[in-house]
Design a binder for this molecule. Structure first.
Ligand code: SAM
Length: 180
């Protein structure tokens, strides 16, 4: 009985610590709106055989949608343990094609294979270490799609926001950023 209690406390501790770490690293968990999933897909403009990373996959909503609706390889990376477990649960109950979910800090992941990146993070976090990582690792042809918040000092190719009620989606081309 004591062992079960120790394991339970350990799990709760790890869960809380990873949630805090993820919040400080990029953003707390807030899911993209379901109605915006087709707009996110259109913004990413994924082609067959391409690889897209959802950096901070949350509950897996975006990654599962993209895997089902495109022929790209979709990788969702999540650092918060409870959210990662939700991703795995949704993965189990979803129909193929499915994304790959990785339980990791995306700052420790090599992104050179990515053709596109999707992110939903706080603007002050997107501006620093995050944008430097993308600039140093992504191919010039890679696209970056940032939901709601812009990446400061980057120049978007397009901002998708058709109506005043829409949340903005910022679309960047890596090659354009290197020239700044
Ligand atoms: C605002 S939510 C976005 C969730 C999802 N991408 C979406 O659009 O619905 C940000 C997510 O990033 C995760 N996160 C924050 N920092 C991270 C890191 N360094 N590595 C992996 N995931 C991280 C958080 O746990 C959270 O689930």
């Amino acid at each position: 009985m004591d062992l079960i209690r120790i394991l339970l406390y350990f799990f709760i501790g790890c869960s809380l610590a990873s949630l805090l770490w993820a919040t400080l690293s990029l953003a707390p968990w807030v899911p993209a709106k379901k109605k915006d999933l087709p707009r996110i897909k259109a913004a990413l403009a994924l082609r067959s055989g391409e690889t897209v990373y959802d950096l901070g996959a949350g509950n897996g909503r975006v990654a599962i949608y993209l895997a089902g609706q495109t022929s790209a390889r979709v990788v969702g990376v999540e650092l918060a343990l409870p959210l990662y477990l939700i991703c795995r649960g949704r993965w189990f109950f979803s129909r193929p094609p499915r994304p790959t979910f990785i339980f990791r800090d995306f700052f420790r992941l090599d992104l050179r294979a990515a053709n596109a990146v999707y992110v939903f993070g706080l603007p002050e976090k997107l501006a620093g270490r995050f944008s430097r990582k993308l600039l140093s690792e992504l191919k010039p042809s890679a696209r970056v799609v940032s939901y709601v918040f812009p990446i400061a000092a980057w120049r978007p190719v397009r901002v998708d926001k058709e109506t005043a009620a829409d949340l903005p989606i910022y679309i960047y081309q890596l090659a354009d950023q290197r020239r700044l």
